[in-house]
Design a protein around this ligand. Structure first.
Ligand code: PLP
Length: 357
């Protein structure tokens, strides 16, 4: 009997385009992924290797016990309310698999595209609610959508990728009280701006906060994220956790980074100073509209098509992100880099806009 690939396929996944990012060579200034632009501190890498006492031939601790204890100390959340993941991406998918499947998930957009994709993978229906003129999450519209669809979950990104604005804690509180849904607040960029919803966690069992080591903590390559929530919510998520989702080295590096968190705080402060300078310099370029930023990246638009600017910059050796989408037509997102990288980006942008490509 012949094999019928189409016959066994989940056809609802056809709308998902496989994730690809341009593979850049040496010398390209990489300002596309909101990473920490500095070298990872040498002393912290060294300390991580020195602490590596487990054999690599053995599986990692499936409960990431020591990392969870360190996170509990760092956040003040009890260990039963914490789960670590292979990047927060894994945790977003797990939340949607457990709570979203078969129901609706409300997503104020434009926002991080993986919320929609993970909803589809999890068999949940994403409902996109447009953000307002200043990209603020429209809380009344979100609450209305929750009611209309009897939504299972809402995902709010604050600071929001790619618009770089934040959602006030009181707006989140309103949703926690009015929506009847699980409210997931993605605080991937919280070290750069906005007020954390952490203080609401004790009062609302329907709040889940997502964090990552990929941004301010500079560990994007090691894939470590975590979530904070009510123990009864976290307990349900553990049912589907891959047993060995977090490798030995990543668990250890994240712990070591946490015990040196002051160093990363200093880096984040430096990034914010460079961000403000970059916003100011971009705003001075004719025909560039720069949106206010409370994050380590900046959303902007020019008089040219976004695609043209993106390609022009890439030709000059600068990789940024073309985030063209409804509500942010022809917009681009640039990550704050090191001083020299920001300068190179500014000069290249100016040249592209002058059409000296
Ligand atoms: C808002 C937001 N959440 C989550 C992630 C994924 O982070 P991680 O590297 O922890 O999977 C990103 C990555 O860009 C992001 O922008």
């Amino acid at each position: 009997m012949s094999f019928n690939l189409q016959g066994i396929l989940r056809r609802d996944l056809n709308v998902i385009v496989p994730y690809k990012a341009p593979r850049v060579g040496e010398g390209v200034v990489k300002l596309d992924a909101n990473e920490n632009p500095f070298e990872f501190p040498e002393d912290i890498i060294k300390e991580t290797w020195e602490r590596l006492k487990y054999s690599l031939t053995r599986y990692p601790d499936p409960m990431a016990t020591e990392l969870i204890a360190a996170l509990s100390e760092y956040t003040g959340v009890p260990e039963e309310g914490i789960m670590a993941g292979n990047g927060s991406d894994e945790l977003i998918l797990n939340i949607l698999l457990v709570f979203g499947n078969g129901g609706h998930v409300i997503i104020p957009t434009p926002t991080f595209s993986m919320y929609r994709i993970h909803s589809l993978i999890a068999g949940a229906k994403p409902v996109e609610v447009p953000r307002g003129a200043k990209f603020e999450a429209d809380i009344s519209a979100v609450a209305g959508a929750c009611k209309r669809y009897q939504a299972r979950a809402v995902i709010i990104c604050s600071p929001n990728n790619p618009t770089a604005n934040t959602t006030p804690v009181e707006d989140v509180r309103r949703l926690l009280e009015e929506s009847g849904a699980l409210i997931v607040v993605d605080e991937a960029y919280i070290d750069f701006g906005g007020e954390s919803c952490l203080k609401l966690l004790n009062s609302y069992p329907n709040l889940v906060i997502l964090r990552t080591f990929s941004k301010a903590f500079g560990l994007a390559g090691l894939r470590v994220g975590y979530l904070l929530g009510a123990p009864e919510v976290v307990k349900e998520l553990y049912r589907i956790k891959q047993p060995f989702n977090l490798n030995i080295f990543s668990q250890l590096a994240a712990r070591t980074a946490l015990s040196n968190n002051g160093e990363f705080k200093l880096m984040a402060d430096k990034i914010l100073v460079m961000r403000d300078k970059l916003v100011e310099e971009m705003s001075r370029i004719k025909d560039v509209t720069v949106f206010p930023s409370e994050a380590n990246f900046i959303l902007f638009r020019t008089q040219l098509k976004g695609k043209e600017v993106f390609e022009g910059l890439l030709k000059k050796g600068v990789l940024i992100r073309n985030v063209h989408a409804p509500g942010i037509e022809d917009c681009l997102r640039v990550t704050v880099g090191r001083e020299s990288e920001n300068k190179f980006f500014l000069d290249s942008l100016q040249a592209v806009l002058n059409r000296n490509a």
